[in-house]
Design a protein around this ligand. Structure first.
Ligand SMILES: Nc1ncnc2c1ncn2[C@@H]1O[C@H](COP(=O)(O)OP(=O)(O)O)[C@@H](O)[C@H]1O
Ligand SMILES: *[C@@H]1O[C@H](CO)[C@@H](O)[C@H](O)[C@H]1NC(C)=O
Ligand SMILES: *[C@@H]1O[C@H](CO)[C@@H](O)[C@H](O)[C@H]1NC(C)=O
Ligand SMILES: *[C@@H]1O[C@H](CO)[C@@H](O)[C@H](O)[C@H]1NC(C)=O
Ligand SMILES: *[C@@H]1O[C@H](CO)[C@@H](O)[C@H](O)[C@H]1NC(C)=O
Ligand SMILES: [Mg+2]
Length: 376
């Protein structure tokens, strides 16, 4: 063998080795990429199984959501007074029972809804697609002339306000039940804000919009109602304020600016109400009528536990959890919108008890009006 041949042989061997190395590296990279993608997909599947009730069917078309008006009217006994569950800013709610025995809650929208039938149907379709175990299910709608009905699942145990603001029914809710309710509301709201396809801002989160199932699990009601009522009111700034005094973030009450952070504020008020058992609007403490938020703030600053509902006082081993919830509530009602946490960090704070929390600033101080939904 000549020297020249030897060196070209050597070069060939080196080339082959380089090619093998390159091919191996490519194969490894491709396998890693495929593996990571598969894992991600599996994670997503698991997440959607935990977030969304697996038994619910995907809503595909508007026809499947349509209910015959005369049948729904008959189901509520022709909207009789005895079947009335209550009245809010958008209409009256009746209890009903369908032919197949299914119980429903029918919201008869007041006539000043100004959007066309097609827009209304499109909004119903979008809202009906939002499904989560902490949201009230929208079964469908019914139309006849100017009449518009929304048909919801009926929840046996009614709304949270009927429990926490009632001196005797309040006793039925121990801390564990209240804590489950708080965490459920947080998860439902997180889904509306971040996980759902629509990114819905509730705008009227309050104790009467938290409904309770037979096991006292919370379900948020009336989400997307603004879209269903008037299609145009979906921008971040509106002259028309939809909401309830006592729960409204200051920037929303004053200037009509709303964002996910105004829901976070309402959530904070709700947490403080659940812990104290007191309504934000009419809060009484030993003759002094004081705003719930400033009372909670002062009491928390002083390191006292007088804000806790006396019915919970006996549960001394839950005291840390209760005070941590007050702390999280106070973080949510801060005046500066940017200081308020997002719902995903709120859920995180509840899930990780060892996570240290920021120090809240003093809540906004503004006069509260009467306890009514306003619409101006
Ligand atoms: N799906 C439902 N199941 C049971 N009760 C309901 C349901 N929806 C509403 N309600 C009851 O009807 C009342 C009136 O509801 P609504 O018109 O939304 O007014 P608001 O939420 O301002 O009280 C609620 O407070 C609640 O107690
Ligand atoms: C609704 O039901 C009533 C009574 O069962 C029936 O007479 C009517 O035709 C139905 N309407 C529609 C649009 O299906
Ligand atoms: C909730 O409803 C269920 C079924 O109606 C009932 O058995 C249960 O006692 C109710 N819980 C409360 C606290 O009222
Ligand atoms: C907090 O402490 C201050 C000063 O000691 C006192 O005036 C105030 O009443 C206390 N507030 C509450 C809610 O405990
Ligand atoms: C809050 O409002 C009350 C009553 O209007 C007032 O006395 C108090 O000084 C205010 N507090 C702050 C921090 O602005
Ligand atoms: Mg409601």
């Amino acid at each position: 063998m000549t020297h020249k041949c030897k060196s070209s042989n050597k070069a060939r061997t080196v080339t082959i080795i380089i090619i093998i190395v390159i091919v191996t590296v490519i194969i490894i990279i491709v396998s890693i990429v495929i593996f990571v993608k598969l894992m991600r997909r599996r994670d997503k599947k698991e997440m959607s199984l935990t977030n969304v009730e697996s038994e619910t069917m995907e809503v595909k078309n508007i026809e499947s959501l349509k209910y015959n008006f005369s049948i729904v009217r008959a189901a509520t006994n022709c909207f009789c007074e005895n079947n009335k569950l209550g009245q809010g800013g958008f209409g009256v709610v009746y209890k009903g029972k369908l032919g197949d025995g299914r119980e429903i809650a029918v919201k008869r929208l007041s006539k000043d809804s100004r959007q066309g039938d097609i827009e209304f149907k499109n909004e119903v379709l979008l809202v009906a697609k939002l499904q989560h175990r902490n949201l009230v299910k929208l079964y469908g709608f019914s139309l006849e002339g100017s009449e518009r009905l929304l048909i919801y699942e009926f929840l046996q145990n009614g709304s949270l306000d009927k429990f926490i603001f009632d001196p005797t029914k309040r006793l039925l809710l121990n801390w564990q039940k209240r804590f489950t309710i708080i965490k459920g509301i947080a998860k439902g709201l997180l889904y509306l804000h971040e996980d759902s396809r629509l990114k819905i801002i509730h705008r009227d989160l309050k104790a009467s919009n938290i409904l309770l199932d037979t096991e006292m699990n919370p379900k948020i009601a009336d989400f997307g109602i603004v879209r269903l009522f008037n299609h145009e009111e979906t921008q971040g700034n509106t002259g028309r304020i939809v909401g309830t005094y006592g729960y409204m973030a200051p920037e929303y009450a004053r200037h009509g600016h709303f964002s996910a952070k105004s829901d976070v504020y309402s959530f904070g008020v709700l947490v403080l109400e659940i812990v104290t058992g007191q309504k934000n609007q009419r809060f009484h403490n030993a003759e002094i009528t004081e705003h719930l938020l400033s009372f909670a703030w002062n009491s928390w600053q002083n390191g006292t536990t007088d804000l806790i509902d006396p019915a919970l006082k006996a549960e001394s081993n839950s005291l840390n959890e209760i005070m941590r919830s007050v702390h999280i509530g106070l973080l949510c009602v801060q005046e500066n919108v940017r200081d308020r946490p997002t719902m995903s960090s709120v859920v995180n704070m509840f899930n990780s008890p060892s996570l240290s929390l920021l120090v809240p600033s003093e809540p906004a101080n503004f006069s509260t009006g009467p306890d009514t939904s306003i619409d101006k």
